[in-house]
Design a protein around this ligand. Structure first.
Ligand SMILES: [Zn+2]
Ligand SMILES: [Zn+2]
Length: 109
């Protein structure tokens, strides 16, 4: 094992399960990037998810998302859900109104 390899392993390798960007923390129950966090939040808060339509008419739900291509809201939202993001956690924050964020204790292990 070269020290070089070691180094690479220690870098935060966590990838956003939705778009493969770097993870910024645990958001709504899942480790995601900052961008997907706010996307999910917006989608839930404004109840937009039902209006999303896949960009690929003939291949619905199959868009490949990457840090540079996150333009299909339909696929993105579904990936969020599939990854285990919890809409409830967004709603809770909304009900309590505004800034007072509730820190949900996620039981890891
Ligand atoms: Zn992401
Ligand atoms: Zn799509």
């Amino acid at each position: 094992m070269s020290p070089e390899n070691n180094k690479i392993c220690k870098i935060n390798t966590a990838q956003c399960p939705i778009c493969k960007d770097f993870v910024s923390g645990i958001h709504y129950g899942v480790q995601t990037c900052e961008s997907c966090k706010s996307f999910f939040k917006r989608a839930i808060s404004f109840d937009k998810s039902s209006t999303f339509q896949c960009l690929q008419i003939h291949n619905k739900g199959k868009c490949r998302l990457s840090p540079f291509r996150r333009n299909c809201k339909f696929c993105r939202f579904h990936k969020c859900i599939k990854a285990g993001m919890l809409p409830n956690l967004v709603r809770i924050k909304k009900e309590r109104g505004g800034r007072a964020a509730i820190y949900v204790k996620t039981k890891l292990f």
